[in-house]
Design a protein around this ligand. Structure first.
Ligand SMILES: NC(=O)c1ccc[n+]([C@@H]2O[C@H](COP(=O)([O-])OP(=O)(O)OC[C@H]3O[C@@H](n4cnc5c(N)ncnc54)[C@H](OP(=O)(O)O)[C@@H]3O)[C@@H](O)[C@H]2O)c1
Length: 287
């Protein structure tokens, strides 16, 4: 039995599917029993637990052989990750823990709060005595689905400068996760997981334009412009500042490295952004 936390989210739901397609039994952590999707079959066993509730985490990790540890972006995300690690230690069953972090976690960049949280969890995991592996994905292709309205209006504005970024498909992250959870030889490894190429946001806008059937321009926003737009869209200040920090890292060229984790571990090329855009063309096209 493998525990997947964050099982209702973008990556976690795909990890559940990837493990099920291998015939693995999955314990899928949900916050509410009503959150379990109808698509989960009899091999997915929902467990109701909350990262803020240690007793619920004890029940979630009891008896599992491995944990895919993914938390959502939250001011307490480091504590959430550490709580699951502590529960895994308390269980006494020594499950192996695959920590879903973020690209750059091994480089410990200063002043990027989302990555800093994963660094804290990584240190805690290393000190735990458990067998561990870290997946450190780049930005998800799926983040662009939330920009569909802007694409339809003909532009995307981000504070990412002119640098190229090696975004990755969440489905590839999930397949790498399922592989690492179910095969040996990954203990003590940090796998940076990226797409097959680094693209500038102008190139991304062009590819979105191809599937949207209209010209789409990339506008390099300043941090202040982006902050104002994100706050106006309803995001809280902590999250907005975190995103600005992350895009600053991108703009400085620190997210352009392409890793070979997908081809080496899965024996096939990573999905391209063009494939992702084509598969989601209907989302980006005006009806
Ligand atoms: N987005 C990117 O481009 C990117 C790139 C690299 C790394 N990452 C990392 O990826 C992670 C986010 O992955 P994602 O986008 O797949 O997440 P997501 O879609 O936001 O899903 C978060 C999951 O965590 C669950 N959750 C949140 N708070 C919880 C709590 N207190 N107790 C129990 N469950 C809780 C959510 O459950 P509910 O359904 O109940 O809310 C959901 O299942 C973050 O750690 C982030 O740093 C993201």
């Amino acid at each position: 039995m493998i525990l997947v936390t964050g099982a209702t989210g973008t990556v976690g739901s795909l990890v559940v599917s990837a493990l099920r397609s291998q015939g693995r039994e999955v314990r899928a952590m949900v916050r509410k029993s009503t959150s379990a999707p109808a698509s989960w079959d009899e091999g997915v066993h929902p467990v109701v637990a909350d990262f803020e509730d240690a007793a619920s985490l004890d029940a979630a990790v009891a008896g599992v052989e491995a944990v895919y540890l993914l938390v959502g972006v939250d001011p307490r995300m480091a504590e959430h990750e550490c709580q699951v690690i502590d529960a895994a230690v308390r269980s006494g069953g020594r499950p192996k823990v695959v920590l879903h972090a973020a690209a750059g976690v091994d480089l410990r960049p200063e002043g990027v709060r989302f990555v800093a949280a994963h660094v804290t969890a990584f240190d805690h995991l290393q000190a735990s005595g458990l067998e561990w592996t870290v997946l450190a994905p780049g930005g998800f292709f799926q983040g662009f689905l939330g920009m569909a309205g802007s694409v339809k209006a003909g532009s995307i504005a981000l504070p990412a400068g002119a640098a190229a970024v090696s975004y990755v498909d969440a489905a590839d992250i999930a397949e790498v996760a399922a592989h690492v959870l179910t095969t040996d030889g990954h203990t003590g490894r940090v796998y940076t997981v990226t797409g097959p190429q680094a693209l500038t946001h102008t190139e991304i806008a062009d590819q979105l334009g191809d599937v949207a059937g209209r010209a789409v321009n990339y506008l390099a926003a300043t941090a202040d412009q982006a902050r104002a737009a994100l706050l106006a869209a309803g995001l809280d200040e902590w999250r907005v500042d975190g995103l600005i920090e992350l895009y600053g890292l991108y703009a400085a060229g620190h997210a352009s490295k392409v890793s070979d984790a997908v081809p080496v571990l899965l024996g096939r090329p990573a999905r391209t952004f063009a494939e992702f855009a084509a598969a989601n063309g209907a989302v980006f096209r005006s009806s």
